[in-house]
Write a protein that binds this ligand. Structure first.
Ligand code: NAP
Ligand code: FER
Length: 333
């Protein structure tokens, strides 16, 4: 039998375990051109919170009773696509389930000799590419500039900060615990970081840690830290709006920024982006990220929970900041 986690109800605010349901269904048979994969790892990501809402956004939402969407790394167990053989490791989008079918065209082959296969959901997958494409295209960091990253200890932010270091920038992170601050500074090589849950005056702290101002702001979080960062941007600074996780579980919309004068005075550019906007750079990006990982210039951390049944809990805990690095769920050996 297959095991799946479906959406049982739409969350109000933070999701709770009862918003999900574990169901058993027959393992599907692959149709023409389709491939059946057995899930080894599945990803839980912030964007999944948006898919649980009533309204569609840039992508369709999940309907009540549907399997939760998401990326997986699995082993091919049956294939009707000549490009895939039984035993191949693939990155699929079959969602929160133990088995699923995909069109071969929707699969990416994963080389198990390059790095642990789980990295295809993290540093060498969608989050790594978000960091790579977003920072280089939208942030456009130049040597000697200051790059500020929120969500610095997470899957995307930790890679952003390290790429910024590779590009010769002063790199400052913001994250939500003392352990996370120690990790990004001591293990990942950020020049400085602060814990937004401990610091009261974000503006004063940012001025202290960014004495030459901010040239690139890679924002994963939004909210009060952004309010403090905008006035400190340098002339022609770039703001890459990657995520706004501080807002995803709010039941009432927060007041927006009132510091937009700085966009005029400093001629700032703020651009929201999706990793999929840069699909033509993904192959090159994955190659470059793998080189940096294998050279030890990009370090990654994985935060793996065991068992499909724990996926809802692993997801909710990630939304609350429990993860350091990429939060994954191990589904099978
Ligand atoms: P992640 O950073 O590994 O995990 C989420 C983290 O968000 C938590 O660990 C928590 O860390 C932080 N967080 C949660 N609530 C917060 C709050 N109220 N204020 C500040 N921080 C909060 O997740 P990720 O996969 O790397 O994603 C990071 C961001 O990138 C998300 O906003 C996501 O939507 C966005 N994203 C965008 C794209 C795109 O294409 N645009 C693609 C992937 C991801 P703390 O302990 O530091 O609070
Ligand atoms: C994608 C574009 C964006 C995608 C994920 C995202 C899974 C994530 C967005 C977010 O976290 O806000 O194609 O594929």
């Amino acid at each position: 039998m297959n095991r799946q986690i479906t959406l049982a109800s739409r969350p109000k605010g933070f999701p709770v375990p009862d918003d999900f349901k574990l169901v058993e269904t027959p393992i599907p048979e692959p149709g023409e051109g389709e491939v059946l994969s057995r899930t080894l790892f599945m990803s839980v990501d912030p964007y999944m919170r948006g898919r649980m809402n009533d309204r569609a956004s840039y992508a369709a939402n999940v309907q009540i009773g549907d399997v939760m969407v998401g990326g997986t790394v699995g082993e091919v167990v049956a294939s009707n696509d000549p490009d895939f053989e039984v035993g191949d490791i693939v990155q699929a989008q079959i969602g929160w389930q133990a088995y699923g079918v995909s069109m071969g065209s929707n699969l990416r082959k994963v080389d198990p000799d390059l790095a642990p296969v789980s990295t295809a959901l993290g540093a060498l997958g969608m989050p790594g590419l978000t960091a790579y494409c977003g920072l280089l295209n939208v942030g456009q960091p130049q040597e000697g500039e200051t790059v500020l990253v929120t969500g610095a200890a997470g899957a995307v932010g930790s890679i952003v900060g390290q790429i910024a270091k590779i590009k010769g920038c002063r790199t400052v992170g913001v994250a939500g615990s003392a352990k996370k601050i120690a990790h990004v500074v001591d293990a990942l090589g950020f020049d400085a970081a602060f814990n937004y849950k401990e610091v009261a005056d974000y503006s004063a702290e940012l001025q202290r840690l960014c004495p030459d101002g901010i040239d690139v702001y890679f924002d994963n979080v939004g909210g009060a830290v952004s309010d403090a960062a905008f006035p400190l941007m340098n002339v022609h600074g770039r703001i890459a709006v990657c995520g706004q996780i501080s807002q995803y579980n709010l039941t009432e919309v927060e007041q927006g920024p009132r510091f937009m004068w700085h966009f005029i005075a400093k001629r700032l550019t703020m651009r929201g982006f999706l990793v999929s906007d840069f699909a033509d750079q993904h192959a090159e990006g994955l190659k470059q990220l793998a080189v940096w990982v294998n050279e030890g210039r990009i370090k990654y951390r994985e935060d793996i929970w065991e068992g499909l049944a724990r996926a809802p809990e692993a997801f909710i805990d990630m939304l609350r900041g429990g993860n350091i690095g990429k939060r994954l769920v191990k589904v099978a050996d």
